[in-house]
Write a protein that binds this ligand. Structure first.
Ligand code: ATP
Ligand code: GCO
Length: 368
């Protein structure tokens, strides 16, 4: 696939509000977008005065008066972020046009991505969420208050019933669009990107593609072998009263390879699990320090595991497995290889942490 470097997003288009009714996914989607674009995340719910939260908890919809101070507090937060030279994504209901206009007046060029959702889905999502102050009884009023922003300037309307990763990819593609009037052609968004929830690939380009092809191919072969070996052995045993003694030993070996090749592959794609709830609330400089410390720890842990694997290689050298007789060292090599790959990838990511502060045009944002 052709390697295209995404152009830098112009400075006047690096402010975005993710809006919509309760349950449309503002919090989650905005976090994913902020993470992907490397922008600050601001959560409007954290700016509601206690009385507003108590009202909503009690099932009383907010009035315009209730929302005015909240909107002004959001304006302050957005302007503070801009003064600090940050780009930001704000998760905010912004249900009425006049609320949006108030925000726009304070932050010229402010963009809005409306997470469009139907009533039944919103109700189901709000009802299915534990420990949140927003009761399902308020979903009606959210829809009654909502004024669609579809005809306003710098607005994207996105179908928020789609899977999260798709919604995030569409919002990011729109944020990165070349022309402010242009709506992205959703069909053109790389399906490989859509398959990666909150994915933030560690590096991209030709080496990455070769690495992906190698690891994907290896995993497919290993998986195929395991299926044939295990399933074939079961059939042989139960249908013909015979079996292949080596099947269990070899499929166990294939499993070890599969796990460690999979870890390296997921790490490259940025798909490994991470907890960023606290980290996302820090200012940019603190986030960089936390990220750097995390990646240094990952490097240290990977090298430690690689050293362990290396001593196992020494131990297994010259030994063979009991049934098939393959060199035992074959079981240690994927661990060693995978841990070295993890350490290298973490080192690249450590460098990325400091490169990401630059305009969003680094190779990390390229579309493969
Ligand atoms: N695209 C999606 N597909 C499935 N579930 C989703 C999707 N987006 C969000 N959710 C889930 O729906 C619930 C509501 O999401 P979230 O809290 O992000 O919405 P919200 O718009 O911020 O709501 P509120 O305004 O009430 O805080 C959560 O449980 C979340 O995991
Ligand atoms: O404008 C509003 O009515 C509020 O902002 C609500 O949308 C809630 O804050 C949110 O839904 C709860 O998380």
């Amino acid at each position: 696939m052709q390697h295209i470097t995404a152009p830098a997003i112009p400075a006047d288009r690096r402010t975005l509000v993710i809006m919509g009714v309760s349950g449309s996914g503002k919090t989650e989607i905005s976090q994913g977008v902020a993470h992907t674009l490397g922008w600050r995340h601001i959560e409007a719910d954290q700016f509601h005065p206690a009385e507003n939260v108590e009202r909503m908890r009690a099932g009383i919809p907010l009035s315009d008066d209730d929302r005015i101070h909240w909107l002004d507090a959001l304006i302050e937060a957005m302007q503070a972020s801009q003064t600090a030279g940050e780009s930001f994504v704000l998760a905010c209901s912004a249900l009425k046009q006049r609320y949006r206009d108030r925000l726009r007046a304070a932050v010229p060029g402010l963009q809005f991505a409306h997470l469009d959702i139907d009533y039944a889905t919103a109700l189901q999502r709000v009802g299915g969420r534990a420990g949140h102050f927003m009761p399902t009884s308020l979903v009606d009023s959210q829809f009654a208050t909502l004024e669609s922003p579809a005809d306003e300037a710098h607005v994207l309307v996105v179908d928020a019933v789609q899977p999260r990763e798709q919604v995030i990819a569409q919002v990011c593609a729109w944020a990165r669009r070349a022309d402010t009037t242009e709506q992205p052609d959703m069909a053109e968004i790389d399906s490989a990107n859509l398959a990666e929830p909150h994915a933030d690939p560690i590096y991209a380009g030709r080496v990455a593609s070769a690495f992906d092809r190698l690891t994907d191919g290896l995993m497919a072969v290993l998986m195929g072998f395991m299926v044939v070996a295990v399933f074939g052995n079961v059939v042989l045993r139960y249908a013909f009263g015979t079996g292949w003694a080596g099947a269990e030993e070899l499929s166990r070996l294939a499993f070890v390879w599969l796990v460690f090749v999979g870890v390296a592959s997921s790490m490259r794609r940025g798909e490994l699990m991470r907890f960023s709830m606290l980290r996302d609330r820090f200012p940019l400089a603190a986030r960089r320090l936390v990220d750097s410390a995390s990646w240094l720890l990952v490097i240290a842990a990977s090298l430690l595991a690689a050293m362990g694997a290396w001593s196992q290689v020494g131990y297994g050298w010259g030994n063979v497995s009991t049934v098939v007789g393959y060199p035992v060292v074959l079981g240690m090599l994927p661990v060693l290889g995978s841990m070295v790959a993890l350490a290298v990838l973490a080192l690249v990511q450590l460098a990325n942490v400091w490169r990401r502060g630059a305009p969003i045009s680094t190779p990390l944002n390229s579309l493969d």
